[in-house]
Structure formats: C-alpha cells, structure tokens
Design a protein around this ligand. Structure first.
Ligand code: ADP
Ligand code: F6P
Length: 322
C-alpha cells in the first residue's frame, strides 16, 4: 500500500538553471493545495546534511517565477555520495517530519534521489539543467533560456566578427553534451559546429572550410565550439596561423546559466513541479518527471539513468547543409 505523505521537502542540486524557481513555486503551491506541508532545503544535499531546513508557505515563493538561479541555493556535496551520508540525510528528513522529497537537478542529483528513496524517503526528481543531457526527457528546465541567452550573445559576436572580417570561435556550455552548441549552431547560422558527440578532432577540415568559403567571397567565419571539446583559445591561434584570417575565441561561460527564464521554461517547470507534488501525494517514489512526445510523464529513476541519449542525426546533418 502507498505510504501516506504529510510533509514534503524540496531542494535544488548541481548547477543552477533558469526555471528552477518556477519549479520550486509549483511544487510548494500544488503540495499545499493537496493538503501537504512543505519544507525547503537550502543548498542541495549539503544543506540537508547541515539541516538548513525552512518552512515554506504560499508567500515564501511569491515573486520568484521570473527570477533566474534558485532561491533555495544549490551545491555539490561529496558526502552525499557515501552510504553514511545518504543514511544521515534520510534520518534528518525523518527528524524534521519529511516523508517525501522533490529533487530538482541533473543526473548526478538523481543518484542522490535514488539513495533517499532506498532509505525510505519517497523521492521524485525533476530535470533541472541547462545541458539537456538527461536521456529520459526531451526537455530540461533551463535549456530554453540558456540557448536564447547564448543565441543573442552569438549574434552580437557575429556583428563585430563580420565588421572586422574575422573568424570567431564561440564556446558554449554543456559539459560533455553538445545540445546547446547544436541548437545555437543552427539558430545562429554557424559555419562549423563542433560537438563532443561528433567531433573527430580533424582541425584541417575546419581550416579547409574557411579557405574554401573565403574563395567563394565569404569574409568572416563563425564556429560554435562545445565546452566538452574546449581549447577554443589555442584552436583560434592555430586556425589564424593556418588561414591567415584573424581569429578570436569567445567563451560565453556562466552568463548562459543566469537570467530571467523564458516563457517555455516558466511554464514547463511549473507543470513539472505540480506533477511532482501530485505523484508524491499519490504515494509514488523513486520516479523522475520527463517530457516525451508532447506529454509530461514519469519514469523509475534507475530505468531513467540507464537510458541513452544521442544527438538527433537529422538535426546534425541539416546544421551542416543550411
Ligand atoms: P547534476 O545533478 O547537475 O548532474 P552533479 O553530478 O554535480 O550535478 O551532482 C549533484 C550532486 O548530486 C552531487 O554533488 C552529489 O551531492 C549528488 N550526487 C552525485 N552523484 C551521486 C551518487 N552517485 N550518489 C549520491 N549522490 C550523488
Ligand atoms: O551542468 C550545467 C553546467 O553549467 C555545465 O554546462 C558546465 O559544464 C557545468 O555546469 C559547470 O559547473 P560549475 O558550476 O561547477 O563550474
């Protein structure tokens, strides 16, 4: 029989992502509407182990849906990777009357969520990461804002790059995944898009592309490089030496993770947050919420972590043609 849940906690973990606040707000308000009490855990699993736990009501999440970052704060916590840390976390939950938890974060955070479930705390994960690198879902909280922020920044770099007839290498985030690079590559009309999943480290091909383009009258060149490949500055030096075209590297960095969430991130994160509160209320545990084929769905965490995600071949092919 499903365990009856009276009080839930909510935490954000790993890298922050725009839309996390919308998700927190929805978890809190839907859980309250379902008759539950809600506590906020500050700074992810580290805050849980340090008992940084606060009561939350409707007003505690007022005026946050439009704000980037996470009002609860986030952290990485090595201690929570140990069995002792995980048991301690579950005991602290019980001490504070928390029998259910919503964890908003990436794959790493899900492993912590799975550990909490195993230790008797009903736990639901929400996909919070700008990287889009979670296999069980076509959408992650923050990706839409991050690509829009990066796209606008790349447009600006393009203005100056074309004025000076330069080659620009623009490095975007994504850890080992190339989704931000691919989306921006298409949206910004990049000449080359380097993805960790596809790049063969054949720099000569890029150099040949620049030289061929120049012969056809093109006076500047935009390369989107994914963080997982990196080395943009040294790459710029080598490309300049080989092509004779002035080449500059721009690393967009953390600006991609901040800022007010887009409408899509606010709405999808709100739906996912409410969904998590509902399935916790129904007594579910060890689940993650995803968005697949136009529907919000949930999966067993272990099953979700075993799934594989690949770059869409068609998107990649057309990115090179158009
Ligand atoms: P993300 O959640 O964005 O993938 P991390 O991989 O840094 O980010 O994970 C965030 C946190 O989740 C870690 O600092 C740690 O506290 C917890 N975590 C990561 N891996 C595990 C694991 N194998 N077991 C338990 N907790 C984990
Ligand atoms: O996971 C989001 C992300 O911004 C990645 O794109 C990047 O590799 C990583 O986090 C950076 O993490 P940190 O905040 O630890 O530098």
């Amino acid at each position: 029989m499903a365990k009856e849940i009276k009080t839930i906690g909510v935490l954000t973990s790993g890298g922050d992502a725009p839309g996390m606040n919308a998700a927190i707000r929805a978890v809190v308000r839907k859980a309250l509407a379902n008759g539950l009490k809600v506590k906020g855990i500050k700074k992810g699993y580290m805050g849980l182990l340090n008992e940084e736990i606060i009561d939350m009501d409707r007003r505690s999440v007022a005026d946050i849906i439009q704000r980037g970052g996470t009002i609860l704060g986030t952290a990485r916590c090595m201690e929570f990777k140990t069995a002792e840390g995980q048991q301690k976390g579950a005991e602290i939950c019980r001490k504070h009357g928390i029998d259910g938890m919503v964890v908003i974060g990436g794959d790493g955070s899900y492993k912590g969520a799975m550990a909490l479930s195993r230790n008797g705390i009903n736990t639901i994960g929400l996909p919070g990461t700008i990287d889009l690198d979670i296999a069980c879902t076509d959408y992650t909280i923050g990706f839409d804002t991050a690509i829009n922020t990066a796209m606008q920044a790349i447009d600006k770099v393009r203005d100056t790059s074309s004025s000076h007839e330069r080659c620009s290498i623009i490095e975007v985030m994504g850890r080992n995944a190339g989704y931000i690079a691919l989306w921006c590559g298409i949206a910004n009309g990049a000449d080359d898009i380097l993805l960790p999943e596809k790049y063969d480290y054949n720099e000569q091909r890029i150099i040949d592309n620049i030289i061929d383009n120049r012969k056809r009258g093109k006076t500047h060149h935009i390369i989107i490089n994914a963080e997982g490949i990196g080395h943009s500055t040294s790459m710029a030096r080598r490309i300049e030496a080989a092509t004779g075209m002035e080449t500059r590297a721009t690393i967009l960095g953390y600006m991609q993770r901040g800022g007010s969430p887009t409408c899509k991130d606010r709405v999808y994160a709100s739906i996912m947050g409410a969904y998590a509160a509902d399935i916790l209320t129904a007594g579910k545990t060890n689940r993650v919420v995803g968005y697949r084929n136009g529907q919000f769905v949930d999966y067993d965490i272990e099953e979700a972590l075993a799934m594989k995600k690949y770059i869409n071949e068609y998107q990649y092919e057309i990115s090179k043609i158009i």
